[in-house]
Design a protein around this ligand. Structure first.
Ligand SMILES: [Mg+2]
Length: 424
C-alpha cells in the first residue's frame, strides 16, 4: 500500500484554544501575550486582518488595541498543553503513526486509498477536530516530511485550498514549488536562505533543481537530505516513539524583581515541585539537580550563579529533591540583589523502571514504596482537582513573585471548578 506523509498543524493555535473554551471571543480579534504580559505572541485571523503585528511589546500597543476593540489574553500554557494533548490523541486514533513535532504540529503516516484521493479523509479529520475540540487544522500531504511541510504551507496560505493540500496528487507540482519563497522551506535557516538568495535560488523549486554538489559544498549533508526530501525521497524517518528526555528544566522570569531569600525559596520550591511532577509523568529519575538565579543582564552589576548537587541515588521524589534544591538556593543567594529569573535543572535523567541502589546509602524498600505511593496520590489529586490542590508549604500561598498574567483565561479543561457552564 502506498503511504503518504502528512503534516497536520493547528491554525493560530493559542488563539484557537482561547476561542474554543470561550464563545464570547470566537471570531473576534484576539491577541495572546508572552510570559509576564510582555509581547504579542499569537493572533486570531481577525486580529491579523486589523494589522496587529507579532512581537510588539504590549505596553506600546495597548491603546491601539483598546481603540480597535481587540481582546487581550495572558498566555495560559496549562490550557494550550492540555488542548495539544487532546489534538495529538485525536491524530493518533486517526493516523497510522504520528510524530509530535511541536505543541500544535505532528507528522503522520497515512495509507493512500486506491483512487489516490486523500481529500475525503482529510475533510473528515478537519471536521472531527472542529467538532470535538473546536480547533481548526491544516493538512499537507507529501512523499516525505519536507514535501509535507511545503504542502501544509500551501494548504494554509491559500484560502481556496480549504486547509488541505496534496503535493503528490496534483497536475502542476512545479508551479506550486515555484510559488514558495526559499525562506519558507523547512530546514532553511536565515543564513542558508541568505546564501541561496545570493546564488539566485529564490524558490523551493530552484533549491530542488540545483546541482547537488553545489548544495553539498555549502550546506553539507543536511543540504543534500533537504534536496532529496523535496524530490520526494524520504530521508528523515518518522520518529513515532519520542526519545526519552535527557534534561528537564523549569525556569521563569519573575513578575517583579525578588530580593529576599524567603521569596526566592518560594519560587525555587515551586519550580522543584513542578519539575518533579514532570519527571514522574515521564517515568524518569534524576541523578543531579541544579539551581540557578540571575539579575537583569542589561542592568549594571549583573549577578548570575548556579550550583549543582549530584544525588547518591537517582530519584523523582519531591521530598528528597526539595531540601536539596533549597540548600543550593541558600548557598548561591546574595543579599541586596534584584533577581529577575531563577530556575531548576535536572540532568542525567534515567528511566524509572530500573532503580539503581547505592552501597553507601541506607535503603528501605518499604519506605521507598510508601513515598512512591504518597507521590502518586498527590499527583492523582492534582490531576483530578487542578494543579496546586495539594501543595507544599514552602511554595508559599501568595506567590507575589509569580509572573504577571493579568488577563489569563480560566483552566477550563484542567480544573473541575472552572469547567465552562453551558445553559441549554
Ligand atoms: Mg500552527
Amino acid at each position: 500500500m502506498v503511504q503518504a506523509i502528512a503534516l497536520i498543524d493547528g491554525n493560530n493555535f493559542y488563539a484557537a484554544c482561547e476561542q474554543s473554551i470561550d464563545p464570547s471571543v470566537a471570531k473576534r480579534p484576539l491577541v495572546i501575550l508572552s510570559n509576564n504580559d510582555g509581547c504579542i505572541i499569537a493572533r486570531s485571523p481577525e486580529a491579523r486582518e486589523l494589522g496587529i503585528p507579532m512581537g510588539q511589546p504590549y505596553f506600546r500597543i495597548r491603546n491601539k488595541l483598546e481603540r480597535l476593540g481587540v481582546i487581550v489574553r495572558s498566555s495560559n500554557y496549562a490550557l494550550y498543553g492540555d488542548m495539544s494533548q487532546r489534538l495529538m490523541n485525536l491524530l493518533d486514533e486517526n493516523c497510522e503513526g504520528i510524530e509530535i513535532y511541536s505543541i500544535d504540529e505532528a507528522f503522520a503516516r497515512i495509507n493512500r486509498p486506491s483512487n489516490g484521493d486523500l481529500h475525503p479523509w482529510a475533510r473528515r479529520l478537519r471536521a472531527l477536530s472542529n467538532q470535538s475540540l473546536g480547533l481548526p487544522i491544516s493538512i499537507g500531504f507529501g512523499a516525505s516530511k519536507g514535501q509535507a511541510k511545503l504542502a501544509n504551507h500551501l494548504a494554509k496560505t491559500r484560502a481556496f485550498h480549504a486547509g488541505i493540500f496534496d503535493l503528490i496528487n496534483i497536475q502542476d507540482q512545479d508551479s506550486y514549488l515555484e510559488s514558495i519563497p526559499i525562506e519558507n522551506v523547512w530546514g532553511i535557516g536565515q543564513k542558508s536562505a541568505h546564501w541561496c538568495r545570493l546564488k539566485g535560488i529564490n524558490t523551493a523549486k530552484q533549491l530542488r533543481d540545483i546541482p547537488s554538489n553545489q548544495l553539498k559544498a555549502q550546506l553539507g549533508i543536511v543540504g543534500i537530505r533537504l534536496q532529496q526530501e523535496l524530490l520526494g525521497q524520504a530521508c528523515l524517518p518518522l520518529a513515532t516513539t519520542p526519545s526519552p528526555k535527557q534534561t528537564t528544566c523549569v525556569s521563569r522570569s519573575f513578575g517583579h524583581s525578588v530580593t529576599s531569600l524567603e521569596e526566592l525559596i518560594e519560587a525555587i520550591a515551586t519550580y522543584v515541585v513542578h519539575a518533579s511532577e514532570k519527571l514522574r509523568r515521564q517515568r524518569q529519575l534524576t541523578q543531579s539537580i541544579s539551581v540557578f538565579i540571575r539579575t537583569n543582564p542589561f542592568a549594571p552589576s549583573f549577578y548570575s550563579q548556579e550550583a549543582t548537587t549530584r544525588l547518591g541515588v537517582p530519584t523523582n521524589d519531591t521530598t528528597v529533591l526539595l531540601p536539596t534544591a533549597l540548600a543550593l538556593t541558600r548557598k548561591i543567594f546574595s543579599a541586596h540583589k534584584q533577581f529577575t529569573k531563577a530556575g531548576v535543572i535536572m540532568r542525567h535523567l534515567q528511566s524509572a523502571d530500573y532503580q539503581q541502589q547505592s552501597l553507601l546509602a541506607t535503603y528501605s524498600q518499604e519506605g521507598q514504596y510508601r513515598r512512591d505511593q504518597l507521590m502518586r496520590t498527590i499527583d492523582q489529586i492534582n490531576a483530578s482537582y487542578g494543579k496546586g490542590t495539594i501543595s507544599w508549604a514552602c511554595c508559599g500561598l501568595k506567590q507575589h513573585w509569580n509572573m504577571r498574567r493579568e488577563k489569563i483565561s480560566c483552566a477550563a479543561t484542567t480544573r473541575i471548578m472552572e469547567i465552562p457552564i453551558v445553559k441549554a
